[in-house]
Design a protein around this ligand. Structure first.
Ligand SMILES: C[S@@+](CC[C@H](N)C(=O)[O-])C[C@H]1O[C@@H](n2cnc3c(N)ncnc32)[C@H](O)[C@@H]1O
Length: 262
C-alpha cells in the first residue's frame, strides 16, 4: 500500500512552500554539510514537485530524482522547462532504486519515509546506491508537542479510531524509528539544526485544513467519516482553546540527519 500524492498536485506547492529564509537555510545546510560540488552525484528520493530539488540542482551539474507520483514529477518538469537546470527524473519506488550500487555521493529525502511501506528496505536501498563515504541525509521536523496543531491532529486520530479508521501512514511512525535504523550502519550520525522559528497558529485555520484533507495525515480517513468527526472535533477545540480561540504561538524546528556510508 502506498499513499498516492497525485491528489495533492494542484495544491502541494502553495500549502508546503517555506518562507525564503527557511528554504535557504535548509538548502545551504545540506550543500555545506555534505560538501556537494558541481561534480557531485546527488539523488533525491521522493523528489515530488522539486520544492527542494530545484534549489539543490543549482549546486550540481546534474541532479537525479525519483518519485512514485508521475503527476508530482510532471509539475517539476513544467518548472524545469524555463530553466537551465538539469534534473534526471524517474518513476520509482524508494525500495527499488533504479541505480547501480555505489553510484551517489549524496542521497537525501525530505518528508518521505513515513509514507513508504517497508521503509527499512528503502533505507537499505538508499545505502546500497551510495558510494563508500557517501552521505545519506533525511529531514527531521519537530513541532511543539503542546501546540494546537499537534493536539488537534492527535484528537482527530483518536476520533477516527473510534470509527474504526486506522490513520497510520504506511511508513515509519516516528523520526526516532528512522534514527534507530540508521544507527545500524552509522553509529554516530550527525544532526544539524537548520532553523528554529515561532509560528502563530490559528485553531479555525487548522480545523479547516483538516476538513479539506490537505495533509497526508488525513488521507486515510474516508470523507464520510471526516464529516462525522468534524463537528466533534470543533466542539472539542472550543472547549480546549476557547471560542473564539486566540492565536497561539508555537515553536518549530527543522533539522537534517546526516549519516555516512562506511
Ligand atoms: C511529502 S512529499 C515530499 C516531496 C518533496 N520531497 C518535498 O519535500 O517537497 C512525499 C513525496 O514522496 C513520494 N513517495 C511516497 N512514497 C514513495 C515511495 N515508496 N517511493 C518513492 N516516492 C514516494 C510522494 O509521491 C511525494 O511526492
Amino acid at each position: 500500500m502506498s499513499i498516492v500524492f497525485d491528489r495533492a498536485v494542484d495544491y502541494y506547492d502553495q500549502t508546503r512552500a517555506l518562507p525564503e529564509w527557511r528554504h535557504r537555510a535548509i538548502i545551504d545546510a545540506l550543500v555545506r554539510e555534505t560538501g556537494i560540488t558541481q561534480d557531485s552525484r546527488v539523488l533525491e528520493i521522493g523528489i515530488g514537485t522539486g520544492r527542494i530539488g530545484i534549489s539543490i540542482a543549482e549546486h550540481v551539474r546534474r541532479l537525479f530524482g525519483v518519485d512514485l507520483s508521475v503527476e508530482m514529477m510532471n509539475k517539476l518538469r513544467l518548472k524545469l522547462a524555463n530553466t537551465n537546470l538539469k534534473i534526471d527524473i524517474a518513476q520509482a519506488n524508494a525500495r527499488h532504486l533504479p541505480f547501480a550500487s555505489n553510484t551517489f555521493d549524496v542521497v537525501y529525502a525530505v518528508h518521505v519515509y513515513h509514507l513508504v511501506e517497508n521503509w527499512r528496505n528503502a533505507i537499505r536501498d538508499a545505502q546500497r546506491v551510495l558510494k563508500p563515504g557517501g552521505k545519506f541525509v533525511v529531514s527531521f521536523h519537530k513541532r511543539d508537542p503542546h501546540s494546537p496543531n499537534t493536539l488537534l491532529r492527535r484528537r482527530m486520530r483518536e476520533l477516527a479510531n473510534e470509527y474504526g479508521v486506522d490513520t497510520r501512514r504506511p511508513g515509519a511512525q516516528s523520526e526516532e524509528e528512522i534514527y534507530a535504523e540508521i544507527l545500524k550502519w552509522d553509529a554516530a550520525p550527525r544532526i544539524v539544526q537548520t532553523s528554529v522559528w515561532q509560528e502563530t497558529e490559528n485553531v479555525s485555520e487548522i480545523l479547516e485544513e483538516i476538513d479539506r484533507q490537505i495533509f497526508s495525515e488525513t488521507w486515510m480517513i474516508p470523507r464520510a467519516v471526516m464529516d462525522q468527526i468534524k463537528p466533534r472535533l470543533c466542539k472539542w477545540a472550543q472547549e480546549k482553546f476557547g471560542d473564539p480561540a486566540p492565536p497561539l504561538q508555537t515553536r518549530y524546528d527543522s533539522r537534517w540527519l546526516i549519516a555516512a556510508k562506511a
